[in-house]
Design a protein around this ligand. Structure first.
Ligand code: 6PG
Length: 236
């Protein structure tokens, strides 16, 4: 486990955008599953500000680790956030962008997107394999859109599942542990003091840590990075 802590959320975003640029450098093709949330938004802004002319955008194939079951123009859409902060500002070929279609019937879309992974990604152990999966973590220890109250979805035999937000009831499409832990590299970007207790519990495997979906992220490759700000790392 590669644990990297930086003073502020902005510093995390700055360092992670550098990590991303280096990860992509020299690769003819790289498949990346993006996360939603406020931290990735700043990462995208940094990528545009600092690397728009140096990254080989043609090499990048973008997917999402989760998506809200809303249309792409909805303010809740992770895709809309990514389009606004990244896709509208860099020349990634449209064919390289594999959007989760939040406007579809959730069960239909979970099946469809699972098939997209089967037909467009390399396989490892017969399972679709991302080069990189970027994850956030909620204050409740959820990751992607696998929430503690539905933690059984993590072990689904499917590539994607339909999840339900515990308080809003919003339906979501999420990658499952089968896909996430099969990735070559997984990187958490976690910021904010509200996550400090869960971060400590998960990283130090304290009592009941396994109740948090983020605790089950353990890529077979062993390539797991945590990018934390000081607030999220307070209890470590
Ligand atoms: C989502 C995200 C979610 C996010 C966490 C952390 O669709 O909401 O995928 O899992 O990563 O909630 O979000 P922040 O980066 O805003 O803390």
């Amino acid at each position: 486990m590669n644990l990297k802590t930086y003073p502020t959320k902005l510093a995390v975003a700055n360092q992670f955008s550098e990590f991303l640029a280096k990860f992509i450098a020299g690769k003819e093709a790289v498949s990346i599953a993006l996360s939603g949330g406020s931290t990735p938004k700043i990462v995208f802004d940094m990528l545009v500000a600092n690397y728009v002319d140096t990254i080989n955008w043609n090499a990048i194939h973008l997917y999402w680790g989760d998506e809200r079951c809303v249309p792409p123009e909805d303010d809740e859409s992770n895709y809309k956030m990514t389009r606004k902060h990244l896709l509208s500002k860099v020349p990634i070929p449209e064919n390289n962008i594999h959007r989760i279609q939040g406007e579809n019937i959730p069960t239909t879309e979970a099946e469809r997107y699972g098939q997209v992974l089967e037909t467009t990604l390399e396989k490892h152990n017969g399972i679709p394999q991302f080069d990189l999966v970027i994850l956030g973590m909620g204050d409740d220890g959820h990751t992607a859109s696998i929430f503690p109250h539905e933690i059984q979805l993590w072990n689904s035999s499917n590539n994607c599942e339909v999840a339900t937000h515990p308080t809003s009831g919003q339906r979501r499409i999420s990658l499952t542990g089968k896909i996430i832990n099969n990735a070559k590299t997984v990187a958490f970007i976690v910021t904010g003091g509200g996550k400090a207790a869960k971060v400590n519990s998960i990283i130090n495997k304290t009592e009941n840590y396994s109740q948090y979906p983020a605790a089950h992220v353990s890529p077979d490759s062993g390539e797991l990075y945590w990018f934390l700000d000081a607030d999220a790392a307070t209890d470590l």
